[in-house]
Unconditional design. Structure first.
Length: 531
């Protein structure tokens, strides 16, 4: 295994039968796009823009994502996931002399800003071990710099294919580079300083990296088989918002990307933040443009217009797509009030230094919101009651409540919390005792939300329901079913979900049930799965 410069132990807590269901996060935001540097098609978690600068290189004019991430943290965001995609980029290579041959390494990160260096020594290697060597691999801030950003140490590597430490296999543990080309027949030479003092030095990577061309919708969508682009988020436990900034400053994200991203958000219980097209210059153009808008989803939202912010690279105010700032604004709001009571708190607004590209009058603002387009605000609304934010759910939406952002986010939050918080059941014997424990755990969770004002209804019976018994389960069966519902807008009218836990994974389905017959013995037959 490679020895890391920074080591540590990560401890993760999970819910069990005797624990309360933890409330799932609500504002983790995933960004996908082009960056200056960093790993490709791998979701990297960051907690500040300084983290983004260290890993992905900071602001870069061709990278609309870099500005979106800066605006996310400026407006109150706390946790982000970054997926870098490229179009035709190439990684730099590094060649270590091995007699008259070369041992070639290729960086895992693409682009002209990836700087590696390597050193070979024979410390601790016996005179009779002519195939063995030690390798130190580092990423540095710049060529010739002593600022080491990452380091890996591989001890007792071998050029012998029968050795367990055979070079091509051993460096598979590296997050910096891989072997490229044939393994030399002699081990790499000890790396000496060029000043002749005889101490260990470094070989620098070659300037053969390439940043590639501007990305396309094809690059963002990626491949499910190779887990690239959007599909790189498949390995992520959870995210709540997805931002895909414009492909370039003057190139909007295409409808094909929005459709794939919308399905991904539906499957992962997240919300896609869609930027308004650059051609919508006025509120009336937005109203007219929405008539032919090709994408609708109850798991998507849009804020209009675009925003103005100071571009530190160009030294002037520029127009930007607002998805990053919107995600940060909503994340900041989540710290003040829960997702279901957004309209009861202060209206989310942009932070100082950011302002909408144009001012939308109140009557037009209400008209846009009725159509599903929210309006960015830099100051509090003059209205005594702020209008409730909307989703991009169209007329064909399965539930009219899902046109409201707070209601939709409440549903995603509850389902995510219960599904994750009850996974422990796959390790238990399926039977009445387990059903009772699951019922009590979920009932307690929903009762706490009811006390916090998440549901409508004067009594718990009108606010939520939980079923986990013989009506939907069979003893010693390999699947445990959990049915629950809650009233998001009208007392007694439940949005219901069926979670099925198996050892191979979990499945969540939205269903309808006949509440009047729910006390009977055939509840499964009364349920109808919604699309």
């Amino acid at each position: 295994m490679a020895e890391r410069l920074t080591t540590g132990i990560q401890v993760a807590a999970s819910s069990g039968p005797e624990q309360a269901i933890p409330r799932a996060p609500t504002s983790v935001t995933a960004f996908i796009g082009r960056t200056l540097r960093g790993p490709v098609s791998r979701a990297v978690r960051i907690g500040s823009f300084a983290d983004f600068q260290a890993i992905f290189g900071g602001l870069w004019q061709p990278s609309t994502l870099s500005y979106a991430v800066e605006q996310f943290f400026d407006n109150g965001g706390k946790q982000a996931l970054i997926v870098r995609v490229v179009n035709g980029a190439r990684p730099p290579t590094l060649e270590l002399p091995a007699g008259r041959q070369r041992l070639k390494l290729e960086a895992l990160a693409f682009g002209t800003r990836e700087y590696l260096r390597a050193s070979v020594d024979y410390d601790g290697i016996g005179d009779n071990e002519e195939d063995a060597f030690n390798l130190v691999l580092q990423r540095v801030r710049a060529p010739g710099s002593e600022h080491v950003e990452d380091q890996e140490i591989f001890r007792r590597l071998s050029i012998n294919p029968e050795n367990p430490r055979y070079v091509p296999q051993a460096v598979l543990d590296s997050t910096l580079a891989r072997m490229e080309g044939p393994v030399p027949t002699v081990r790499p030479d000890r790396t000496l300083r060029h000043d002749g003092r005889g101490t260990v030095g470094y070989v620098q990577s070659l300037p053969d990296g390439d940043d590639g061309a501007p990305i396309t919708d094809y690059d963002v969508i990626g491949s499910a088989r190779r887990a690239t682009g959007l599909f790189a988020l498949g390995e992520v436990e959870t995210f709540n918002f997805l931002c895909i900034p414009p492909l370039a400053r003057e190139t909007d994200v295409g409808a094909s990307t929005l459709l794939v991203a919308g399905r991904l958000c539906r499957d992962r219980r997240a919300m896609l933040i869609v930027d308004p097209p650059a051609t919508w210059k006025t509120a009336m153009e937005a109203v007219e443009g929405l008539r032919e808008w090709p994408f609708r989803s109850e798991n998507a939202l849009m804020y209009f217009p675009r925003l103005l912010s100071y571009d530190r690279l160009r030294g002037r105010f520029e127009q930007f797509a607002p998805c990053g700032a919107v995600a940060g604004m909503l994340a900041r709001a989540d710290e003040s009030w829960p997702v279901w009571s957004a309209i009861q708190g202060e209206e989310p607004i942009l932070r100082p230094g950011y302002r909408p590209e144009l001012t939308v009058a109140e009557p037009m603002r209400l008209r846009l919101m009725q159509l599903g387009i929210n309006v960015l605000q830099a100051v509090r609304s003059v209205s005594r009651v702020a209008p409730s934010a909307r989703t991009l759910a169209g007329p064909s939406s399965g539930a009219s409540d899902w046109k409201y952002l707070a209601a939709r986010r409440l549903a995603l939050f509850i389902v995510d919390s219960i599904e994750r918080g009850t996974r422990w059941v796959v390790f238990e014997t399926n039977g009445p005792a387990l059903w009772l424990r699951v019922f009590e755990q979920i009932d307690t969770f929903l009762a706490e939300l009811d006390r916090d004002g998440a549901f409508v209804g004067r009594s718990p019976e009108d606010a939520y329901l939980v079923v986990c018994d013989q009506r939907i389960n069979a003893e010693n069966d390999g699947t445990l079913n959990i049915l629950f519902g809650f009233a998001a807008a009208r007392a007694g009218e439940f949005h219901s979900y069926l979670i099925s836990h198996q050892a191979a994974g979990s499945r969540v389905r939205q269903v309808t049930i006949n509440r009047l017959e729910s006390a009977g013995q055939a509840l499964v037959e009364e349920m109808e799965e919604l699309p």
